[in-house]
Design a protein around this ligand. Structure first.
Ligand code: ADP
Length: 286
């Protein structure tokens, strides 16, 4: 193996410690501790685990837990009313609607009830629009986590060839926009890209978020490139990503593992967003 491994677990821990310090400073300065409202609809076991971790780590950082759990058969109007109540509650700094919601609900309409300044997932149309225009706003957590990892490892972005595999609203699109904002030359690949490996081989920085196990192999990586794998898949042989780690590690210069790469960053950046939101709401924005 020639690639250096990016330690997302360690970076995420540092981010959470920074957030905890920021929360303590806000309170010491006469402010109010940030409040995070996680909203879970139904009983999907994976979503329950995610929400439990978000609640645990937010309280460990000194935040106040405003979790709400709605039954799987809740009506659209009732779910919207709950989000409106949280939107109006000054103790709630951030609202996170855990996705996916049950199929009978219109999740876009639910997300639309979350005011932009409390949209700590960064997925509202307004925050997505601000990002697209290169203006400040709350950024989606996983893409923000990718950028933080690149910065922690001092990966040169200005002028770099960056290739993003995937164009989802959750990951691919915002990652491409964040890289563009940092002056990378960005190419976005998707399911209709003609020769994926050929395009990926151009990349100094390759971010893969396609949701397909081991889509990217060594033939798609330029020697010495930085490769960030956002995928996560549970196979019989454990967890792996969208990148064939063992093969790509022989070619890349810097590489995220799965698990322990991007995964832990998502909640860390959620906490960072919640602190940012609380500060702004309390007139202490930076
Ligand atoms: P995520 O949540 O990780 O962003 P999604 O499943 O929502 O993943 O989106 C998958 C994205 O990956 C889509 O934008 C799709 O176009 C892209 N994609 C799927 N298959 C391929 C492929 N074979 N090559 C390149 N991109 C792909």
């Amino acid at each position: 193996m020639t690639a250096r491994t990016i330690d997302g677990t360690a970076v995420a821990r540092r981010v959470r410690e920074d957030v905890a310090r920021g929360v303590a400073e806000l309170v010491a300065d006469g402010g109010t501790a940030p409040g995070l409202a996680t909203v879970l609809v139904g009983d999907d076991p994976a979503s329950e685990v995610y929400v439990r971790n978000k609640r645990r780590l937010s309280t460990e950082a000194g935040m106040v837990d405003h979790h709400r759990h709605l039954p799987a058969d809740v009506g659209q109007a009732e779910a919207e009313a709950l989000l409106d109540e949280l939107a109006a509650d000054p103790a709630v700094s951030g609202i996170l609607l855990q996705l996916p919601t049950p199929k009978h609900l219109d999740s876009d309409a639910l997300v639309a009830r979350i005011p932009a300044e409390k949209d700590v997932d960064g997925l509202s149309t307004l925050n997505a629009g601000l990002l697209a225009q290169g203006r400040p706003g709350l950024r989606p957590c996983t893409p923000a986590g990718v950028m933080r990892l690149l910065d922690e490892y001092e990966v040169e972005l200005a002028g770099a060839e960056a290739v993003v595999v995937g164009r989802s609203a959750l990951v691919g699109r915002p990652v491409a926009q964040l890289l563009l904002a940092r002056n990378a030359t960005v190419t976005t690949c998707h399911s209709r890209t003609r020769d994926l490996a050929e395009v990926c081989r151009r990349a100094d920085v390759l971010v893969v978020a396609a949701g397909i196990p081991r889509l990217v192999g060594a033939d798609a990586v330029k020697p010495g490139a930085t490769v960030v794998d956002v995928g996560i898949h549970r196979g019989e042989d454990g967890l792996h990503g969208d990148v064939d780690f063992a093969a790509v590690a022989e070619v890349a210069g810097l590489l995220t593992p799965v698990p322990g790469g991007v995964g832990p960053m998502t909640i860390a950046m959620l906490l960072a967003n919640t602190l940012t939101a609380a500060r702004a709401q309390q007139g202490r924005g930076t």
